[in-house]
Ligand binder design. Structure first.
Ligand code: BG6
Length: 296
């Protein structure tokens, strides 16, 4: 399969193709940027502004196979985060399902939007009545919006997270700011609550932190690539910061032993005690806006 659809004469372009592992994907070109979206997990696997390094990291060892989540990009985590005792598997089940494209649209400014949905997700007893859509916007920035509606008769309780893997130059020159003075649960220490008193997070060991009640913008400063990435979000009370460091990298089958040097996850969602309860008939959307600026 290889069909092209021009969404606007000189502005946005969308191409469907078979990607690695013959999995269906979409390539998008706009006047500012290029992007790739896999239908497996609705995973945005690439976003790059012209003249810049890629914004997203994907492992060279990622399996591109049906029913297996992609290691990198922006996996969509729903309807639960982590591995609660009463749930089968880690991080929900939609990141390894095949989503469908519902529509493309391209406003006159040349940006491109893709609306995906996951048919029948609400038939699962794990999120009964849930209807789920995901709208990705590509322009000078990347936006992603996970829209959940409760079409059932009972309240719908869920966690969500846009598990974003950011590409970095060298992790030694990376710092994440915006979370100072905020308490986090340290997953490396069995979710011990700790007050973050540092001006910025620097990665010098395994970092796996869940900041609750943290709706604010964060910034990832990268000294090697001379870039700041800004992570703005709406309807997200939780921020997760993760880098596996050396030992965990070696344990992960679909991840290179040294790739921890090239990425950091700053994830936006609503997890643990920030979980969402949606009344019947109500819609809620979790949105992120990712932008970047060159450092002088
Ligand atoms: C992060 C978790 O969100 O995802 C980490 O905080 C976890 O604990 C990581 O290791 C990757 O999870 P997975 O299921 O993709 O290997």
């Amino acid at each position: 399969m290889n069909s092209a659809m021009t969404t606007h004469p000189q502005t946005g372009r969308v191409v469907f193709l078979d990607g690695p592992g013959d999995l269906p994907m979409v390539e998008i070109t706009t006047p500012w940027s290029t992007a790739e979206i896999h239908l497996l997990g609705a995973t945005v696997t690439h976003f790059q502004k012209r003249g810049e390094q890629p914004m997203l990291f994907v492992s060279k060892f990622s399996r591109f196979e049906k029913d297996v989540p992609i290691r990198g990009g922006i996996p969509v985590i729903f309807p639960w985060f982590g591995k609660p005792a009463d749930k089968p598997g880690q991080h929900g089940f939609v990141r390894q399902q095949m989503w469908e494209v519902k529509e493309f649209f391209s406003p006159p400014d040349g940006s491109v939007f893709v609306r995906l949905h996951l048919p029948k997700v609400g038939e699962s007893p794990l999120c009964p009545g849930a209807a789920v859509e995901y709208v990705i916007g590509i322009s000078e920035q990347l936006t992603a919006e996970l829209i959940v509606t409760n079409t059932g008769a009972q309240p719908l309780v869920f966690e969500d997270c846009l598990h974003t893997y950011f590409a970095t130059g060298d992790i030694a020159g990376v710092s994440v700011s915006g979370l100072t003075g905020q308490e986090y649960l340290d997953a490396v220490q069995d979710f011990l609550p700790i007050m973050d008193a540092m001006p910025a997070i620097q990665v010098e060991q395994e970092v796996d932190r869940v900041y609750l009640n943290a709706p604010q913008t964060t910034e990832i400063r990268d000294e090697q690539w001379k870039r700041v990435i800004r992570v703005e979000k709406e309807n997200s009370r939780s921020t997760v910061v993760w880098n596996p460091w050396i030992a965990k990298s070696k344990r992960m089958q679909d991840y290179g032993d040294e790739e921890y040097l090239q990425m950091i996850c700053v994830e936006s969602g609503n997890v643990r005690t920030d979980a969402i309860t949606l009344a019947p008939g109500v819609t809620r959307s979790l949105k992120i806006k990712l932008s970047s600026l060159a450092l002088a």
